[in-house]
Structures are given as C-alpha cells and as structure tokens.
Design a protein around this ligand. Structure first.
Ligand SMILES: Cc1ncc(C[n+]2csc(CCOP(=O)(O)OP(=O)(O)O)c2C)c(N)n1
Ligand SMILES: [Mg+2]
Length: 403
C-alpha cells in the first residue's frame, strides 16, 4: 500500500513529496521581474528634455492648455462661491489638471471616461458644461447627466468603486469584440481599497483595455502616503497584476501625455491594461470642509505648490511660441466670461420651477411608484401646497442649498 501524506486538498504520494523537497533544495536565485520607470520631460522650471519631448500638434497643445486653464479658473471661482454660501462642499481639482488632460486627450468620443472627482479638466474637455459641475456640487442630480455623444460616467465619490465599473466595461467590450479604451482615475487612498485590487486583477486576467490613472497626491484627506503603503511606488503594483506600470511626474503634462499615449495604444491593440501613477500634490484642502494646516506643514505645501502643472506648461508654450503673453491674457478673459455666464445660468436654473421642485425626487426612480412612496409624495405635496398658500408664491430652494 502506498504511503500517502495528507495535504489540505488531496493526497500526495510520498514520491512526489520527495521531489518537492528536491525543488526546495535548489539554489536560490532572483526571479526576473519587469523594471518600473519614472518619467519626467518638462521640469519644474519648464526646461524640456529634448530627447523625450513628444511631437504634439500646435492645435492639440492649445486644446490641452485651454481645458487645464478652464478647469483651474472654474475651480478658483467655485471656491469663492462656496465661501460665499453659493455652492455646496466640493473637492477642488486644482493641481490635478495635467494628469486629467494629459491622459483623456487620447480618448475618442466612443471610448469610456470613468472619473473619480478631481478630473474637472477632463470632464470639460469631454463636453460636460461648467453648468453641470456647478449644479452637481450644489446637489442637483441634473449635473450628473453625461453630455450626448460621449461615453462618460458621472463623477464618482464612493472611493474606488469606479474602478470596478471601468474593469467591467473593458471586459464587456472584449466580450462584444469592440475596440475601445476605458480611462479611469483614482487616488493614492483609493489604492488601499479592496475594489482596486479586484478591478486591476480582473482587468489583467481578462486583458481588458483599461488605463488605470492614479492621482497620487500623497494624501487621503489627512492620511499621508506613508500610512497607506510601505512600497516605494504605487506603479510597482502593476508587476503583481501582470500589467505594465510606470510612475510619471504628475505635474508634467508632457510626461503624462507620453505614458498615457503608450497605454492607450496598447489597449487599442488588444494588449490589455496599464497602471500609470502620476506623482502630484493636493495643494488645496481635501474639500472645502477640510483644514490641512492641522496635519501638514505650510513649508511642504509651498514647496509642492511651486511644482504645480499649469504655470509650468504655460512657460513651455510661451518658450515654444505657441502663445504670446497677449494671447494668453485674451484666452483668460474669454474663459472667465464663459464661467461668469455659466454661473448666471445655473443660479437662475437652481430657482426655476423645474429644478427647485422637491417633488421631483420621487419622479424618476420607478416606472410605477410603490404605494408607500406615493403616500410620502402626497404628504409632501400637501405640505408644500400649504406653504405656498401661506407665502403666496411657489416654494423655492434657497440658493446654495444642497439637495
Ligand atoms: C468607499 C468610501 N469610503 C470613504 C469615503 C470618504 N472619503 C472621501 S475622499 C477620501 C480619501 C480619498 O483619498 P484619495 O483616494 O487619495 O483621493 P484624493 O481625495 O486625495 O484625490 C475618503 C476616505 C468615501 N467617499 N468612499
Ligand atoms: Mg490622495
């Protein structure tokens, strides 16, 4: 009778067990693993590495700058509005424009753009109006409706959940035989969520055409990177999943552009997902409700603010002769006027009968509303009618009140 050694799942004959022993007695040697690169092309003084500089058509350079600037000016105006009580709490996108624009510029309309919540530049570029952003952060779900003609998902606040959607969309495309790319965004904090692991593993196993763009801004609210991970880079996790990974200077739009272009080309060619880590810094508070002075030094913040992406790219464009100072001033004025008009439109819309009617919250969920919701709707309606009769006018939201 063979002498079996019990192994958790099945019985292994002693002879096999012995051959395993032989394997463990073999010399130790390093296992060859891919290397992780760091790439930076335009340094913080706007000095460009000529050998790495990508050839980008002037129109495309202008487009990238336009949407980076539009996002920055909108973000700054939104902060003032929030402080004036005209906007709800929101997360600023300032400082993250290079990661957003350097990557989504490579997408076709039919590709999928799956953002988190600091990709304002990319959203505006994809055709989302400034109005939609203002509505969204004032609590109106109308601001989450994607524009016609693009495959975009709305802003995603539940951390890392969008990565599963992105992996699923990519796997679905493969099953349907569609050729497209999914570009999705997440933070360093999100990288600690189980969802991130599941999304990357599935995307790699099924060779889904997904580009995972990590905005490593070194903080998850008040938690610094050192309390999120022990590894030197986030990009190196790509090795574990079996996909290419790279760390780029996330404040250098040219480096993001090159890394994202390569990743998108691989995805289109059926070569699966890529992880790109953009190293950047959140020089603003986490949201307008946060006070970063409580957990980090002003010195650190000032150091990184000097490295921010917009000014660096502006200097590059001026040096290259793509713009003159006068043209840039004119562009700023043009964009500021766009923002001003959008604010006027949305503040008027917010008090319109259509958007300010609280009964709308019952209207779009069920084709046939369950009886208990019908009852609640009737109760609210009679309450509002009474209020209306009392005030002699229709009930309205106070401006700046989130729903
Ligand atoms: C599933 C989930 N858990 C917790 C939160 C609360 N939350 C909001 S932002 C945030 C930190 C996210 O940090 P990071 O991924 O680095 O993104 P950043 O805000 O720095 O861009 C947390 C924990 C949430 N929105 N969703
Ligand atoms: Mg972060």
């Amino acid at each position: 009778m063979t002498n079996y050694v019990k192994y958790p799942l099945k019985a292994i004959p002693i002879s096999v067990q012995q051959s395993l022993k032989v394997v463990t007695a073999m010399p130790r040697k390093p296992i060859e693993l891919p290397q992780i690169e760091y790439m930076s092309i335009l340094d913080e003084d706007a000095v460009v590495d000529k050998a790495l500089e990508p050839k980008i058509a002037e129109e495309e350079l202008k487009n990238i700058y336009r949407y980076m600037l539009l996002a920055r000016r909108t973000d700054e105006r939104m902060l003032m509005m929030q402080r004036q009580g005209r906007l709800g709490t929101f997360p600023q996108s300032s400082g993250h424009e290079a990661i957003s624009m350097g990557s989504c510029i490579h997408l076709k309309k039919s590709d999928w753009h799956v953002p988190a919540y600091r990709e304002l530049a990319g959203l505006l570029y994809r055709g989302w109006s400034i109005d939609s952003t203002l509505l969204y952060w004032n609590g109106y779900e109308e601001g989450a409706r994607p524009p016609e003609g693009v495959n975009d998902l709305p802003v995603c606040v539940p951390i890392a959940s969008q990565l599963l959607h992105a992996a699923g969309i990519g796997m679905g495309m493969n099953l349907r035989g569609e050729k497209g790319v999914v570009m999705t965004y997440f933070g360093d904090g999100a990288s600690s969520e189980g969802d991130t692991h599941e999304a990357m593993n599935f995307a790699a196993v099924y060779q889904a055409p997904v580009v995972f763009m990590c905005l490593n801004n070194q903080y998850a609210i008040s938690v610094p990177l050192s309390k999120q991970m022990r590894n030197a880079t986030l990009a190196q996790r790509a090795i574990a999943y079996g996909m290419p990974g790279i760390r780029v200077d996330g404040n250098d739009v040219l480096a993001v552009y090159v890394a994202a272009k390569e990743a998108v080309e691989r995805a289109r060619a059926g070569e699966g997902p890529t992880l790109i880590e953009g190293l950047t810094y959140r020089f603003t508070p986490h949201t307008t409700a946060d006070d970063p002075k409580r957990y980090r030094s002003e010195e650190e913040c000032n150091l990184w603010t000097k490295r921010e992406p917009l000014n660096r790219f502006k200097k590059y464009l001026l040096n290259k002769g793509v713009y003159t100072e006068a043209q840039l001033t004119a562009l700023e004025e043009e964009l500021d006027a766009e923002i001003k008009a959008a604010i006027a439109r949305t503040e008027a819309a917010a008090v319109s009968e259509e958007l300010s009617n609280p009964l709308a919250m019952f209207d779009y969920l069920y084709a046939d509303m369950p009886p208990y919701l019908n009852e609640q709707r009737e109760e609210l309606k009679s309450h509002l009618d009474k209020q209306k009769a009392k005030a002699g006018k229709s009930p309205q939201h106070a401006s700046g009140t989130a729903r």
